[in-house]
Ligand binder design. Structure first.
Ligand SMILES: [Zn+2]
Ligand SMILES: [Zn+2]
Length: 385
């Protein structure tokens, strides 16, 4: 975030506190707003989402006394006419990066070494709202994770391990052994290309000596072998909200690569794969289930205990239920963002015994006769066909 943005944004007003507010007042105001505006509580409400981000931004600055002072000073300078006269060197107080401290709101402990990440905004494939206008913002990072069916349905906190290239910490990206520095290539004088004249033609080609880099490292850094780049693995803990579907891509604001010199970090996009479940299927927010029943259970009716995501529920099969009928149990499906849950849809399916003992076969034959005598004709609808 640039200082220009600081000047344009009144963080105190965003939080509804006075500029003399105590840290405690700021924290309280933020918690209340963040709860009211949280995307989980306002599904699909882009205005609430924007406000939520702004409020989070305001809190990230004002809750940190050093940043708050820097912010106050910046705005004071502007009020005094200092802005525009080159009074704002980049990184004056340095290192402000955007941070949404969701952990603060939910009291979640910062598990893992990357702290507790959370999903912000219209994370569900809304896309298209990249904040690419910010200078030197860190790159977005893509990763994927596989969740169990029930984890995805109910929400889960997972560690994500990510490997991404970053400047070597030993040589600070120079590629040269600490204490030494790369020297300018004497062949191309640092240009990385050399000109060659051949007859009437002059053309350029990459310098062989430095392989086009323009500098020569006599003593390479042992940790990065002179490349200046290290693959660093980090683990962040991410809360995946309930109801994520297979193949969905979710965005974690600010969890991508670090920005240069304090610029905002990029975003992290996580593609979620959801594994199949033995018992449940899903249709949007509805949970589906096939309930095997016997013929007599369908005819006479029964109550069967069926599994749900968080326990079991008794499902009443009314007498005379047709095979294949779907029984709906309200509110026992997949939790929805913003509260509530879909339904559990139970499809009854007759299980036909492959083998019966003599007594059961005899009883069934007697039943068949009784059924015919009663006038039941399964193919009555075919009359004339
Ligand atoms: Zn190195
Ligand atoms: Zn060269």
């Amino acid at each position: 975030m640039s200082q220009r943005e600081w000047i344009e944004k009144d963080f105190y007003k965003e939080l509804g506190v006075s500029s003399g507010a105590s840290q405690d007042e700021i924290k309280k105001a933020y918690r209340k707003l963040a709860r009211d505006l949280h995307p989980d509580a306002n599904p699909g409400d882009t205005r609430a989402e924007e406000r939520f981000k702004t409020v989070s931004e305001a809190h990230a600055v004002l809750s940190d006394p050093a940043k708050r002072k820097e912010y106050d000073d910046t705005r004071k300078l502007f009020a005094g006419g200092g802005y525009g006269r080159g009074g704002f060197g980049p990184g004056a107080g340095g290192g402000f990066s955007q941070e949404f401290n969701i952990g603060d709101i939910f009291g979640g402990a910062g598990a893992g070494d990357g702290g507790l990440g959370d999903l912000l905004g219209g994370l569900f494939n809304r896309g298209g709202t990249r904040t690419s206008s910010r200078p030197r913002r860190g790159s977005d990072v893509e990763t994927e994770t596989t969740l169990g069916f029930r984890e995805a349905a109910q929400g889960v906190t997972v560690p994500l391990r990510m490997t991404s290239p970053s400047p070597c910490t030993t040589c600070h990206g120079s590629g040269a052994k600490p204490g030494t520095s790369p020297r300018v290539c004497p062949i191309c004088n640092g240009a990385g290309v050399v000109s060659r004249n051949q007859g009437a033609f002059g053309f350029s080609e990459p310098c062989d000596e430095c392989r086009g880099s323009g500098s020569i490292i006599d003593d390479p850094c042992v940790d990065c072998h002179g490349s200046g780049i290290q693959n660093r693995t980090r683990t962040i803990t991410v809360r995946i909200p309930p109801g994520v579907g297979d193949g969905q891509r979710i965005r974690l604001a600010g969890q991508g690569e670090a920005g240069l010199r304090g610029a905002p970090s990029g975003d992290l996009y996580v593609t979620v794969h959801v594994s199949q479940d033995k018992v449940f299927g899903r249709n949007g927010d509805d949970l589906t289930l096939v309930l095997p029943v016997s013929y007599s259970e369908l005819v006479l009716g029964t109550t069967v205990s069926v599994p749900t995501l968080d326990g079991r529920v008794g499902v009443k099969v009314p007498p005379g239920t047709a095979d294949g009928r779907i029984l709906r149990v309200r509110g026992r499906g997949v939790p929805k963002r913003g509260g509530g849950a879909g339904d559990l849809l139970v499809t009854v399916k007759v299980a036909v015994p492959q083998k019966l003992d003599g007594e059961a076969v005899e009883a069934l034959k007697r039943y068949q006769e009784a059924e015919r005598a009663s006038g039941f004709d399964p193919r009555a609808g075919w009359a004339g066909a």
